[in-house]
Design a binder for this molecule. Structure first.
Ligand SMILES: C[S@@+](CC[C@H](N)C(=O)[O-])C[C@H]1O[C@@H](n2cnc3c(N)ncnc32)[C@H](O)[C@@H]1O
Length: 398
């Protein structure tokens, strides 16, 4: 082991799946405390897109990595060599630490299998760093994603509060959207609400940053309890509050202080007394089990670095028989994560979008029934504003 920064080399056959995921975790968990390399004995043309998607779910971007040929020199200069299925063709040298991790090959596998391999790799990487005495900033990938998203929407809230200009208006670069030039009122923002827009204070409608009108599709009834994930300036909470009436109640959860301040001011301006805005993340909701009838959201799930956790949390807080009515950006199934990234950035609600099948799989994995994803309007090439619906079965418990 060198007395400076330890170098760790991950090796598998194609350098397209396991070794790339391991290198991605190492970069995210240890940053510049280690030197990270990965290579393959017979490198593929590109990184496995399913591995890219599985890593994107935990907020780690490996889409820009390229499979590299393993050479004896690369191996010789590494303090630790971790092999994953390339056996004797991976050279190791005296004085090195060598580990062989028994992991299934993700090549040709679906997302569920690759997720399981990803999680095993994360455990191995964490253990290795522990044994090497390298401190980790666990979850840094996800935290970094959330920090970037929070900063982006804090600016949008501040700008909205200052000048009452909204998404698709004079400040499109501060909102959901593939780029300033292609954002229009028709694909993101307040114009998607039609006449509902006039029912809330301008402070809420002007900072509408969504990609649909979830209240219009959620079929809310008087007396219901509703949760809005990523409530922003509060437009959907305030519209829902009118529908559920004084006997009902609506919670908004958002992680951005500036948005929460704006939403609370808008609720006061609207005279709404049956609403509450809580600070928290949608991956760890600040609500009790089975406490709401309906969960809505507008263009927020795509921003999460851990979408499986979001869907599991939605399942937990819904009462049995409760429903989901979410607007979100969703990709057509043929678009791999790199192609989604080409169409817009993460904070602009494009790069982090799930595909239709990925969404349906996550909902089913969490236990939801009657699931559907319906495209409503295209927001970028092969990417759509969509309505996502699901029901928590009556017999289910959280
Ligand atoms: C695109 S805006 C949508 C706001 C609102 N739903 C609307 O339609 O105007 C995204 C909002 O979600 C919040 N958000 C994003 N990721 C979040 C997370 N992981 N946990 C909690 N809030 C989040 C942001 O702070 C921001 O207010």
């Amino acid at each position: 082991m060198s007395d400076t920064t330890p170098s760790i080399l991950f090796v598998c056959v194609h350098n397209a799946g396991r070794s790339q995921m391991a290198a991605g975790f190492l970069r995210a968990l240890a940053g510049d405390k280690v030197e990270v390399r990965s290579a393959g004995s017979a490198p593929a043309d590109q990184v496995n897109p399913v591995a890219v998607a599985a890593m994107a779910e935990v907020g780690i971007d490996i889409a820009d990595q390229h499979p590299t040929l393993l050479t004896a020199d690369t191996s010789r200069v590494s303090d630790v060599v971790v092999t994953m299925g390339c056996g004797d063709v991976c050279p190791t040298f005296p004085g090195q630490r060598h580990e062989d991790w028994a992991l299934a090959d993700p090549a040709g596998q679906g997302i569920e299998t690759v997720r399981a391999i990803r999680d095993q790799i994360r455990d191995h990487v964490t253990t290795l760093l522990d044994e090497l005495g390298v401190g980790t900033h666990d979850g840094a990938g996800a935290d970094d994603v959330r920090a970037a998203v929070r900063e982006h929407y804090a600016k949008a809230a501040t700008r909205g509060a200052q000048q009452s200009s909204g998404c698709g208006g004079t400040a499109p670069s501060s909102c959901c959207g593939p780029s300033a030039s292609s954002v229009t009122k028709q694909v993101f923002g307040g114009s998607l609400y039609g006449t509902d827009l006039g029912l809330v204070p301008a402070g809420a409608s002007d900072v509408s940053l969504g990609c649909g009108n979830p209240v219009a599709v959620a079929e809310l009834s008087p007396g219901q309890r509703v949760l809005d994930l990523g409530s922003g300036g509060g437009i959907d909470v305030l519209l829902s509050a009118r529908r559920v009436g004084p006997e009902g109640f609506v919670y908004g959860v958002d992680m951005t202080d500036e948005m929460l301040d704006l939403a609370r001011k808008n609720a006061t301006d609207a005279g709404a007394t049956n609403v509450e805005f809580r600070k928290g993340t949608i991956e760890d909701l600040p609500l009790d089990d089975e406490c709401v009838d309906v969960v809505i959201s507008n263009c927020v799930v795509n921003l999460s670095p851990d979408k499986a956790a979001v869907i599991a949390e939605v399942f937990r807080v819904l009462r049995p028989g409760g429903r989901v009515g979410i607007s979100d950006v969703v990709a057509e199934d043929h678009l791999n994560p790199s192609q989604r990234t080409e169409r817009g950035d993460y904070t602009g609600c494009i790069a982090g979008a799930l595909s239709k099948s990925e969404y349906l799989d996550l909902l089913a994995d969490a236990g939801f029934a009657d699931t559907s994803v319906t495209f409503t309007h295209e927001v970028a090439d092969a990417m759509h504003g969509a309505i996502v619906k699901a029901t928590k079965p009556q017999a289910a418990t959280s």
